[in-house]
Design a protein around this ligand. Structure first.
Ligand SMILES: *Cc1c(COP(=O)(O)O)cnc(C)c1O
Length: 430
């Protein structure tokens, strides 16, 4: 519990410490300048070509298409999957009308919204405790309940690769397409291979808080050349090859800007250095918390190497003080020797630093409250509702949200600053 004495003695950082903010190196500016000097200030140019080439080579995917953001990349992935499976829809209909899609549950909602853009219905798959990603046992159960489903969208939370082998095997068994949301995991590897190459279609993001950034931007990745061409066409307003603007399909204005691509081009060479720094931050926290009743976001050391984008903390159940959350606010009862995410986040905020609760599971989001949710034990919805009414925590996702939080993980954070975060977290358990 955080005491008044501890709070009184806190000296906030002069400059705010962020969860994850852009880390620039200088080369970015020279490529932006090049775009300016050559007047390639649109969605065509060398920065785009080079960034696409570098990312395809880095990830080991044959085609990368630069887009305005990761969400656009996921939208294109979902639309392609829908069209390939279910045929071209009427112009005013989504490709997934009336179709279910299995999606990660503990993820950022941009993972999932594209399914709704295409009129599909996300079915949320519970999370496992080894990597905090889609649980293969729950996915199996979901296919038992909905054998007709043909698309799976899996994310790698906080830069930690999920159980790719198991998920792929289940997809193969059911003839389902896999879409990999590698927005948070660029540079992370699974069985020695980069994430972003395991799905039929994959997406990465260069949003300002990601491991490298273009200020915004994203890429669609695939090994299928025809599909990559389709995304190039759709993302530039779906123009046909004619002397005038000729349109046979609904288009999107989703292409990446050559200015933003300049920043990305300058950032790519620094990816591994960013990962090294993120790993140091993760290790320093793990070391610092070794005597506390907490654990860090876990990963499979034998199979994967995360990019350590965000360092997270999970409080042991026995060390949780009493706490409840509504839709907008949280309450807790301070208790000696115990704490909870809200108390720790308050303490971090008092230091002028930024933390955040673990991403709230999609099945608990008001917008998705009527969608199906499947755990390894079957339909998780009924148990979830009992939890909202104050019962036992029924599923892994809700439990991670209940006990977990993301810590300041900015690359530019100094070790002595990080040590002060560690101290204040320790004070919460006094
Ligand atoms: C950031 C993020 C996205 C979306 O990327 P944008 O470039 O911000 O559109 C999608 N999925 C996950 C898991 C993300 O963290």
């Amino acid at each position: 519990m955080l005491t008044q004495e501890t709070i009184g003695a806190l000296k906030p950082f002069e400059k705010k410490l962020y969860l994850a903010s852009p880390t620039m190196h200088g080369e970015e500016l020279s490529y932006v300048q090049e775009a300016y000097d050559t007047n390639w200030l649109s969605t065509v140019g060398k920065n785009i070509d080079e960034s696409e080439r570098m990312i395809a080579a880095l990830i080991g995917c044959s085609h990368a298409v630069g887009l305005s953001c990761g969400t656009a990349a996921l939208h294109m992935a979902v639309k392609l999957a829908g069209e390939r499976l279910y045929g071209m829809p009427r112009p005013n209909q989504g490709t997934l009308r009336g179709k279910k899609v299995f999606c990660s549950d503990v993820t950022f909602d941009a993972s999932v919204n594209p399914v709704a853009y295409e009129d599909g219905e996300a079915v949320f798959i519970d999370t496992e405790t080894d990597t905090w990603n889609m649980d293969p046992a729950a996915l199996k159960e979901a296919f038992r309940i909905y054998p007709e489903v043909k698309i799976v969208v899996m994310a790698h939370l906080y830069g930690t690769p999920g159980k790719v082998d198991e998920i792929r095997a289940i997809c193969r068994e059911h003839g389902a397409l896999l879409i990999e949301d590698a927005a948070e995991s660029l540079g992370a590897t699974y069985q020695g291979k980069q994430t972003g190459q395991f799905g039929d279609y994959n997406a990465i993001s260069f949003n300002g808080n990601k491991i490298i950034t273009g200020s915004s931007g994203g890429m669609f990745l695939t090994n299928n050349g025809e599909d990559a061409e389709k995304v190039r066409k759709w993302s530039t307003q779906a123009r046909e090859n004619a002397p005038w603007y000729e349109h046979e399909e609904i288009g999107y204005n989703y292409r990446m800007s050559n200015v933003i691509a300049g920043i990305i081009r300058g950032q790519i060479p620094h990816l591994s250095e960013h990962i090294e720094r993120k790993k140091e931050i993760y290790e320093r926290y793990r070391e610092g918390f070794s005597n506390l009743p907490v654990s860090m976001n876990p990963y499979d050391e034998k199979k994967s190497e995360p990019n350590f984008w965000l360092s997270c903390l999970l409080i042991d159940q026995e060390a949780m003080c009493r706490t409840v959350r509504g839709e907008r606010e949280a309450l807790f009862l301070p208790e000696t020797g115990k704490s909870c995410p809200t108390e720790i986040l308050d303490a971090i905020r008092l230091l002028n630093a930024e933390g955040r609760p673990v991403w709230k599971p999609m099945h608990l989001q008001p917008i998705y409250r009527n969608n199906a949710f499947i755990t390894a034990k079957g339909n998780g919805r009924a148990r979830s509702n009992a939890y909202i009414a104050g019962g036992e925590i029924p599923d892994v996702g809700a439990d991670l949200f209940h006990r977990g939080l993301c810590l300041p993980s900015d690359n530019k954070m100094k070790p002595e600053e990080q040590d002060r975060i560690i101290e204040v977290v320790k004070a919460c358990f006094m």
